[in-house]
Design a binder for this molecule. Sequence first.
Ligand code: FMN
Length: 212
Amino acid sequence: MSDVLPLSPDELLTTTRSVRKRLDLTREVPLDVVRDALEVALQAPSGSNRQGWHWLVVTDAEKRKVIGEYYRESYTAYRNSAGYPGAGAEEGSTQARVADSATYLAEKMGEVPVLVIGALEASAELPAANQAGLWGSLLPAAWSLQLALRARGLGSAWTTLHLKYEKEIAQLLGVPEHVRQGVLLPVAYYTGDTFKPAPRAPLDTVLHVDGW
Ligand SMILES: Cc1cc2nc3c(=O)[nH]c(=O)nc-3n(C[C@H](O)[C@H](O)[C@H](O)COP(=O)(O)O)c2cc1C
């Protein structure tokens, strides 16, 4: 079993950040540590307890490089698009920092020692209705994985921009057509340990008791 940091539940939940610049690209990640974190993740709920999730753990340097190139291509298109939230962000603002950090990750994705793709048994064509019911059977486990990794000294970041090239990546990894990808987590040991709760919009702006 891998070593686990003595974090309280609330500490773990409030300090598991998207780690990008602090991913240690030079330190090897033992597969057993990722396996231990995945064992924790498998305790997450899934619809009717179907457990239709699959975890593609990519360590092969050549495959990571190809996935990294797809990711960078998609990120560059996103960055140049009208909806990009980082455009015109005030210098030093949270949005500008996120954009800077996301750009760094887009450059380095293929060099991150482990890439984990969370995928789900679904269908080649995704159903039009009840997307929440579908993805709700994967996403809690993927977040549990991030928490379990953080507790073991490993950082990760939720990313989805690779999905523009989902088919190409599926082909690269031999993923069957009915298995659909939901998230790509770059995983590495983090440098330093000064993660803090992040500023968020106040609860009262989003809380609705007994109605909207
Ligand atoms: C559905 C979803 C998609 C995301 N996609 C990306 C992505 O493609 N690339 C990236 O760098 N971060 C991505 N993020 C991470 C967010 O930018 C990040 O969670 C947010 O800025 C808050 O920062 P924190 O996780 O450190 O609290 C994504 C997060 C979510 C929940």
